[in-house]
Ligand binder design. Sequence first.
Ligand SMILES: Cc1cc2nc3c(=O)[nH]c(=O)nc-3n(C[C@H](O)[C@H](O)[C@H](O)COP(=O)(O)OP(=O)(O)OC[C@H]3O[C@@H](n4cnc5c(N)ncnc54)[C@H](O)[C@@H]3O)c2cc1C
Ligand code: SF4
Length: 480
Amino acid sequence: MAEEINRKKPKRKKIDRVDMPEQDPVKRSGNFNEVALGYSEEDALLEASRCIQCKNPICIKGCPVGIDIKSFIGLIQEKKFDEALGKIREKNGLPAICGRVCPQEDQCEKNCVLGIRGRPVAIGRLERFVADREMKCIADGTEESTWSKATRKCTKEKIAVIGSGPAGLTCAAELTKLGYQVTIFEALHKPGGVLIYGIPEFRLPKEIVKKEIEYVKSLGVNIEVNMVIGRVMTLDDLFEGGFKAVFIATGAGLPYFMGIPGENLNGVYSANEYLTRSNLMKAYRFPEYDTPIFKGLNVAVVGGGNVAMDSARTARRLGAKHVYLIYRRSEVEMPARNEEIEHAKDEGINFKLLTNPVEITGKDSWVDKIRCIKMELGEPDQSGRRRPLPIEGSEFDIDVDAVIMAIGQGPNPLLTSKIPGLELTGRGNIKAGPATGKTNIKGVFAGGDIVTGAATVILAMGAGKDTAKAIDEYIRTGEW
Ligand SMILES: Cc1cc2nc3c(=O)[nH]c(=O)nc-3n(C[C@H](O)[C@H](O)[C@H](O)COP(=O)(O)OP(=O)(O)OC[C@H]3O[C@@H](n4cnc5c(N)ncnc54)[C@H](O)[C@@H]3O)c2cc1C
Ligand code: SF4
């Protein structure tokens, strides 16, 4: 009997998932500071202690770039924070960003065994903790930067990357690690793509993005801004200039509109323009910064994804009293992350679900109302979600002075239309090999949103990584 008792494993104390401290909803809806405040060391150690270090860590299978999650959490358990970050960086060059914006609930955390009977390990929050900790230590001067140690000589062939979003940055970083001389050409005056112009400060501080980009630069990547390829230079110019391969990672920056009457009225924005004005041009700090933005008092945002949540929450912070989020399906079908939906609700965004705009009306060429119709859900459509159907005679008006369209984005044809013979899909995305990024033109690769359509940061990074491998193979073998 005594022997039996000895063989029993000591019972683990059940610890609840450690909550993320957050700014108070009332306070935060009046400022642009970050909402989620991050784990303290104590929080991180407690949360990491929940990981049971599975023999078969299936969490890793849920990570699109294959981070060794079990090992990095194990290192946190041993308080080896630098090594934990190093372990993440073996696979992911932008950990402070991914720890904040990746949909972990649909990826690694969805697979975590602890999720079967309770709540999964907060993998994303732990990733953010180690990345933030390093930045803080470097800023405090309590730790030497590991960045300069990463600097290496790049002597191999010249490679051009077009676009500095997560796909371009990742591909460039990976190629530089292999010794290539990489230049990123970016159309805007700041690098980062959606990370800098789309996702708002209160979700992803721009200082964090800047630091992650500094890391990529410290590897030896050269970034040239204000370079709209297709206008200031063509693809042929790049090849003639000695670049041996080109990676197109220009994203999905062209906004869609609904095609309803009134979309040309003053006060109607695409989410893209609205967020770019606020994030990139710092319109929220007008007149300290030059770019103005129309601060509606009653704002309607149309859409149900992350872009719609970001727009609604930005409008709120810019001083709107009433922000209506108009979405044609129900909350279950909303593509936005649950966390963003909850944050939006806490901040007082008024959800108008099963509702679709049919017209925007105006007075003196400015928006004054949005006319909507009630919807009901029918059978599932091609996307697998139940099809929204209008309920006849259910139209109603909402008084608004601004409307933000956040119903999706597509590829911008500015560059692709200037590449004769480049194969595109019916939607204008570039056709490229799934694991190689190879297009139908020798030496030209593509990846990220320009290939998949609007997707996620980590999928764009995964494409950048895979393509870097394929470019290396192409340069070494010359085979296409
Ligand atoms: C508002 C918003 C919120 C989002 N929130 C999330 C989120 O929470 N989590 C998540 O995972 N994903 C989110 N996404 C999606 C995610 O940001 C994208 O899937 C990802 O950024 C795509 O990366 P990319 O590198 O392919 O393109 P992008 O990030 O779009 O970068 C493309 C870059 O190419 C540049 N470019 C375009 N044309 C040219 C040209 N001709 N010459 C030179 N440069 C050019 C652009 O200026 C841009 O900088 C969000 C998207 C938006 C718009
Ligand atoms: S599945 Fe969950 S508990 Fe198991 S190693 Fe991964 S994070 Fe830890």
